[in-house]
Ligand binder design. Structure first.
Ligand code: NAP
Length: 312
């Protein structure tokens, strides 16, 4: 076996056997599978987190073309990579390539975190919904047990969020979506989940025009569509006059940090909740799965905020 020389922390040289060089000392490799990956803030956030808790791991962005996802998953096993986050466009496609999928990720139908265990088995999780709910609980005055939620949007993020809202005891969710059939379909899936889990929650759907007219009442609004996202920063899914001081208005878009919906909600006296928290907490939960260590949430928020304020 050929010997290789590996530079260790730039100060000392160590000779290791070629077969062992993938997992030296306490260092492990993690990453994110995306296409494209250039704008991902996950490497910055996770590397800062590793440094903050004095772990020697490294987190890398992997740009994986959709046609090569299967090869990339095989490489995860071969190269002893500790785990990866998974984002657009791989969240569904990666599911059949894994050995096991967590129950909530199965229900949501998407995986955003893959962990490789000691035996080399790959398990998929979805930390988006749990991350959102943790962020809402940590950053607002919400009382989930009395929350009456209007969920705007019925895409992947909406589904993850709704599952965790129900799981954490939210008693009522109304869903509205531009394409009404998707709102109806999601409401049906959540009603079934609620029954199967004996949660006794009320889930319904509303027509998009009905919502614009204000024929509903909610004390929490959660905006999960891409409306208001850069460069369409002048758009908002709801008229300003429907927002008021007795509600929490939350938007999962975090570019810009404060969307038009949130600006108007603030002007109307509502409590507002930014989308950045969801990104930080989904990463924090993944970090715990990867390392077993509690994530340094404030340090993660600090580096991401700094980067976003510099202009991404
Ligand atoms: P998705 O599965 O593609 O769903 C997109 C949703 O947005 C659908 O409900 C879609 O409605 C709606 N939509 C898109 N353009 C619209 C428009 N012009 N008018 C009205 N509705 C529109 O996407 P996703 O994964 O759920 O992500 C949605 C948004 O959440 C994205 O902006 C994403 O960046 C953000 N996000 C943020 C975080 C975070 O960490 N903060 C995490 C995940 C996602 P139709 O069904 O009618 O098409």
């Amino acid at each position: 076996m050929e010997e290789v020389v590996v530079r260790k922390q730039d100060t000392e040289l160590e000779e290791v056997d070629g077969e062992e060089n993938v997992m030296m000392n306490n260092q492990r490799l993690f990453g994110v599978f995306a296409y494209p990956v250039k704008h991902s803030l996950s490497p910055l956030m996770h590397n800062a987190a590793f440094r903050a808790v004095k772990l020697e791991h490294h987190y890398q962005g992997f740009e994986i073309h959709p046609d090569l996802l299967e090869n990339a998953v095989a490489a995860l096993r071969t190269l002893h990579i500790g785990g990866v986050n998974v984002t657009i466009p791989h969240k569904q496609a990666i599911m059949p390539l894994l050995d096991e999928i967590d129950l909530e990720a199965q229900m949501i139908g998407a995986v955003n975190t893959v962990v490789r265990d000691e035996q080399g088995r790959l398990k998929g999780y979805n930390t988006d919904g749990a991350g959102y709910v943790q962020s809402l609980l940590a950053e607002t005055s919400v009382q989930l047990s009395s929350a009456k939620v209007l969920l705007v949007g019925a895409g992947g993020a909406a589904k993850g969020i709704a599952v965790y809202l129900l799981k954490m005891g939210c008693p009522e969710i109304m869903i509205t979506n531009r394409t009404t059939s998707r709102a109806e379909e999601l409401a049906g899936q959540l009603q079934q989940y609620s029954r199967e889990q004996s949660l006794d929650a009320q889930v319904s759907w509303l027509d998009w025009p009905e919502v614009q007219e204000g024929s509903w009442s909610a004390n929490v609004i959660i905006q999960t569509t891409s409306i208001g996202m850069w460069p369409h920063v002048e758009e908002s899914p709801l008229p300003k006059h429907l927002l008021h001081k007795d509600m929490i208005v939350s938007d999962i878009v975090y570019n810009p940090l404060e969307t038009k919906l949130l600006q108007e909600a603030k002007q109307q006296g509502a409590e507002i909740h930014h989308g950045l928290g969801m990104f930080i907490y989904q990463g924090a939960i993944a970090f715990k799965y990867f390392t077993g260590v509690e994530a340094p949430v404030e340090r993660m928020r600090e580096v991401v905020l700094e980067k976003l304020r510099e202009g991404g």
